[in-house]
Design a protein. Structure first.
Length: 326
C-alpha cells in the first residue's frame, strides 16, 4: 500500500489567453459564427482578469508537495510567467508550459482546437507526467493549506460530488416530459452542458449511476486512462471536434467513473467549495468570504465570471485573495 507522503503529485491546468489577437484570428478562422471581440456582449465569455496567475500562486502556497505544475496552452504564455516560475522554484516546484502541439503529438491534424473537452482528453499525455495528478480549472483556487490526503488516500483518488440517476432513469422527469408532449407543449432542446457530459462519460465507464462532481480539482491516475484507451479506441473520435459536441465525453468524469467501476476510489459528498456565481453586492460578497474563513473544512474557492463584478467588488475580492496568498 502506497503511503500518501510517498506519492509524487503533479498539477495540470488548461488556459487560453482570449485577448491574444493571433488566437482570435485562429478561432474566427474555424468558427461558423464569427466573434466580434470589440463587442462586449460577444467577447465577455472569453474575458479574464488574471485568474491563471491566482490559480498557480494558490497551488504554490497551499499545495507545496506538488512537484510539477504543467500549464497547457496554445502558443501562449501568461503575463509575469517568469516571476511565477521563480516563485514556484522557491518551493522546489517546477512550472512548465506545455503547448498543444506537444500534447497532440501524432494527432496534429486536429489542431488548432478550441474545445475544452478535446484538450482535456489529452492531458494524460503530458510528457513526464506523474502517475498521480490533479486537474485544475483556471477559475478554481486553493485558499487553505492542503495535504496529499486531500486528493489521494492510499494512492486512490478522492471523488467529490453527489450520486445521481441518469436522466432517463428519473421517473418524475419522464412523466413531466411525457405530459408536456401530450398537451402539445414543446420541450425546448437545451445546449448540452456539463451534467450531460458527465453522464455520457459515466456510461462509457459502465456505471449504473453517476457522480455529479463538485466544481473542485479532479484527482486522476494516469494508468487508469492509459489502460482504458489501450483497449477502447474512442480517444481519436472524441478529439476530432474543434468545438464542443454533444457526443463527447470529458476526461475528468471518465477517469472518476473508471475508478468507481474498479472500486479504486474514495468518495466524499462533503462540499469543501465556496462557489461565487454572482456578485450582487459588496456586503454579500464580504459575508461569503467571512464564512469561508470560519469554515475550516473548506479548501477550494471558485469565482465564476469574476470579470463581471463591479469595480469596487472586484477590487475587494482581489485584495482579499492577495492577502490569502501573500
Amino acid at each position: 500500500m502506497e503511503k500518501d507522503e510517498d506519492i509524487t503529485l503533479d498539477a495540470v491546468i488548461t488556459w487560453v489567453d482570449a485577448g491574444d489577437k493571433e488566437w482570435q484570428k485562429r478561432i474566427n478562422t474555424y468558427s461558423e459564427k464569427k466573434i466580434d471581440f470589440s463587442k462586449k456582449e460577444q467577447s465577455i465569455r472569453f474575458n479574464s482578469i488574471g485568474e491563471i496567475n491566482i490559480a498557480i500562486k494558490s497551488i504554490i502556497k497551499y499545495a507545496p508537495f506538488v512537484k510539477n505544475i504543467y500549464l497547457v496552452t496554445d502558443q501562449q504564455q501568461p503575463d509575469h510567467f517568469e516571476s511565477l516560475k521563480q516563485r514556484a522554484e522557491s518551493k522546489n516546484i517546477r512550472l512548465k508550459l506545455i503547448d498543444h502541439k506537444v500534447l497532440f503529438r501524432g494527432y496534429e491534424n486536429y489542431l488548432p482546437t478550441f474545445n475544452s473537452c478535446t484538450i482535456g482528453s489529452m492531458l494524460f499525455r503530458v510528457p513526464d507526467l506523474s502517475e498521480h495528478f490533479i486537474v485544475f480549472n483556471d477559475d478554481t483556487f486553493l485558499m487553505r493549506e492542503t495535504s496529499v490526503s486531500d486528493f489521494f488516500i492510499d494512492g486512490k483518488p478522492i471523488i467529490r460530488g453527489k450520486w445521481k440517476k441518469y436522466n432517463e432513469d428519473r421517473h418524475l422527469r419522464k412523466l413531466y416530459r411525457n405530459f408536456r408532449k401530450l398537451i402539445g407543449i414543446p420541450i425546448k432542446r437545451k445546449t448540452v452542458g456539463f451534467k450531460q457530459f458527465q453522464q455520457t462519460s459515466a456510461k462509457l465507464a459502465g456505471t449504473k449511476n453517476y457522480i455529479r462532481r463538485f466544481h473542485t480539482p479532479v484527482c486522476v491516475r494516469k494508468s487508469t486512462l492509459e489502460k482504458f484507451f489501450d483497449t477502447n479506441p474512442v480517444l481519436e473520435d472524441n478529439i476530432k471536434y474543434r468545438f464542443r459536441n454533444e457526443n463527447q465525453f470529458i476526461i475528468s468524469s471518465l477517469s472518476e467513473h473508471l475508478e468507481v467501476k474498479n472500486n479504486t476510489y474514495h468518495y466524499s459528498n462533503v462540499d469543501q467549495l465556496t462557489y461565487f456565481r454572482s456578485y450582487k453586492s459588496l456586503s454579500s460578497v464580504k459575508r461569503k468570504l467571512n464564512r469561508f474563513l470560519k469554515q475550516d473544512h473548506k479548501l477550494f474557492m471558485t469565482f465564476q465570471s469574476l470579470e463581471l463584478a463591479e469595480d469596487s467588488i472586484l477590487e475587494y475580492i482581489l485584495n482579499w485573495i492577495d492577502n490569502r496568498l501573500s
